[in-house]
Design a protein around this ligand. Structure first.
Ligand code: ADP
Length: 259
């Protein structure tokens, strides 16, 4: 009873001060949370910068190495040709990296206006597969006409297919049915906690295994699909494989709005 009375008097006498104290505590909590977020962001930025510089430095030093050898040694024309091809391959790699950085910036800043046309998706997939020059791709395609930005959809497919080939040694399957376009592999798979993360820009699971990859592919895919009123879905099991797919119903709509 005595304690209750005491608390009542205290709360009446110091109510303003107690409230201020509570506010300060709340402020302090918020600041600590913000500081933690900033620390995570800073270390993430460092990782991103080191990923970008690594991905650029690697082909540049390969190019330099070949140029030096060509200039300093008297190589037979056949070897010179071989080295020049390697130089070309690495300059292409550099220019693809720059293209990807440029594309994600444009998509993020909403500077990219899709240009819609009506075309056969199954034929686009068949054409695209030719450029991969891979025997591990199995196709299961229902003839489907869609209205979409052809170049952007090609980028989506190309990212999903090259990932499936990159992260799996076995055959991959592309299914196009009434409702979905699916790219399925029986490769590395992804654990649950990483599934949602991998759509984030610069997120990569195997951080030490730099292989012409900046973790931009799926972020680009997600942005492009959003422009087409659909989104990327992922089902995966670590060690078993993955299915990356999206609903194509909105693309089959002839009245697709020009944006
Ligand atoms: P990256 O250029 O690094 O491949 P992505 O954005 O395409 O960038 O993919 C992000 C990460 O998601 C990859 O680094 C990889 O760890 C994981 N990932 C993507 N596709 C697959 C797949 N088919 N199987 C397993 N992991 C994948």
């Amino acid at each position: 009873m005595k304690e209750k009375i005491l608390n009542f008097i205290k709360s009446k006498l110091f109510s303003k001060e107690l409230q201020q104290l509570e506010n300060l505590k709340e402020e302090n909590r918020k600041l600590k949370k913000e500081l933690k977020k900033q620390k995570i962001m800073n270390s993430f930025k460092d990782e991103v910068i080191s990923a970008i510089s690594h991905e650029f430095k690697n082909p540049i030093s390969i190019i330099n190495g070949y140029i030096e050898t060509i200039l300093e040694s008297n190589l037979p024309p056949q070897t010179q040709q071989k080295f020049l091809n390697k130089i070309q391959k690495n300059t292409t790699r550099l220019s693809e990296l720059i293209d990807r950085l440029y594309l994600i910036t444009k998509l993020e800043n909403k500077k990219l206006k899709p240009s819609f046309s009506t075309f056969k998706l199954d034929l686009l997939i068949k054409d695209l597969i030719q450029s991969f020059d891979e025997e591990r791709i199995s196709l299961n395609l229902t003839p489907t006409t869609i209205t979409a930005d052809k170049k952007l959809i090609e980028i989506v497919l190309s990212n999903l297919i090259s990932n499936a080939l990159k992260y799996s040694k076995k055959e991959i399957t592309i299914n196009l049915n009434e409702k979905y376009l699916e790219v399925i592999d029986k490769g590395l798979g992804i654990d649950k906690q990483n599934i949602e993360m991998i759509k984030q820009k610069f997120f990569r699971i195997a951080k030490n295994d730099w292989d012409n990859s900046l973790g931009l592919g799926l972020a680009i895919v997600e942005h492009i699909l959003k422009l087409h009123h659909t989104h990327l879905e992922i089902e995966s099991e670590k060690g078993k494989g993955s299915k990356f797919y999206f609903d194509i119903t909105s693309l089959k709509d002839k009245e697709h709005p020009q944006q």
